[in-house]
Design a protein around this ligand. Structure first.
Ligand code: HEM
Length: 132
């Protein structure tokens, strides 16, 4: 699978997994929720792999300010995934943590959407390498 197809396919699968994470979390289906979290994190890893391959096909610096903005946002988003993981594990032990977990979940979903939008803008604004 080429970098462009791989990136688009795994980004869509990751977003679908995140949708399933939210639905199973809201329905309190804990086992399914954890399986969907594991699938989303695995697919996110594959999406990042293809994103790096895709980046190698473009002069990303030519895209200007959007490139450092996207790269910072992407790193912040990956680290932010630790927050719902930690609050989720706490919620298993103590239901009182559910509100905080819910807020953390909304935060990482918003960050994921922003990262996807800024990454798409970066590729669109970059110059393909080898273009004359
Ligand atoms: C290891 C990671 C995680 C664990 C252990 C975990 C655990 C839990 C638990 C125990 C609940 C409460 C279910 C109940 O009411 O019985 C819950 C709800 C929920 N989780 Fe997670 N979760 C994890 C990761 C995530 C992630 C990464 C997201 C989204 C990005 C997420 C989104 C949600 C949502 C939206 C709810 C429903 C909150 C509500 O409306 O009450 N979870 N989770």
């Amino acid at each position: 699978m080429g970098p462009t197809t791989g990136f688009v396919v795994f980004l869509l699968i990751t977003l679908a997994c995140l949708g399933a994470v939210i639905l199973t979390g809201r329905a309190a289906r804990r086992a399914a929720h954890l399986s969907c979290v594991a699938a989303a994190v695995a697919c996110l890893g594959v999406t990042i792999y293809f994103a790096e391959q895709l980046g190698g096909l473009y002069d990303l610096e030519a895209a200007g300010w959007i490139t450092p903005t996207h790269l910072i946002l992407a790193k912040v988003t990956v680290v932010a995934y630790l927050i719902p993981v930690v609050t989720g594990l706490r919620t298993i032990r103590d239901e009182a943590g559910k509100g905080l977990h819910c807020k953390a979940a909304h935060l990482v979903i918003a960050l994921t959407v922003l990262t996807a939008i800024s990454g798409t803008a970066m590729v669109l604004m970059a110059t393909p390498l080898g273009a004359s």
